[in-house]
Design a protein around this ligand. Structure first.
Ligand SMILES: [Zn+2]
Length: 113
């Protein structure tokens, strides 16, 4: 995934919200990033610095909140925490899991003025 385009879509969302609220600028943003989303938080953080330039978010602070990944074994249905979709089930040892949560990428909260 390309972190800069993600960062730009976050800034777009924030600006849309600010416009709707008739705000002058965005003060704070909280961004949730799932561990299984494929987004590298350090890269996203870096991309955000570029994406906010010249926007209402220019002076904003942001926080990137990692959401732990969770997967379910396709063989036995066991749900367990994991940071990979290619892990083996700790209960039955089978490979092959499906995502339960952790691929989200969203703007959790935003503060404008
Ligand atoms: Zn299993």
């Amino acid at each position: 995934m390309h972190e800069l385009s993600i960062a730009m879509s976050i800034v777009d969302l924030a600006e849309e919200y600010a416009a709707k609220e008739e705000a002058q600028r965005v003060l704070e943003m909280e961004i949730e990033v799932g561990e299984l989303s494929g987004v590298v938080t350090e890269a996203l953080d870096f991309a955000m610095e570029e994406a906010v330039a010249g926007t209402l978010c220019e002076k904003a602070r942001w926080k990137i909140i990692p959401i732990p990944g969770e997967v379910r074994c396709r063989a036995c249905g066991h749900v367990f925490p994991s940071d990979s979709l290619f892990s083996d089930c700790p209960r039955c040892g089978q490979a092959g899991v499906e995502l339960v949560r952790g691929n989200e990428m969203r703007l959790r909260s935003i503060l404008v003025e």
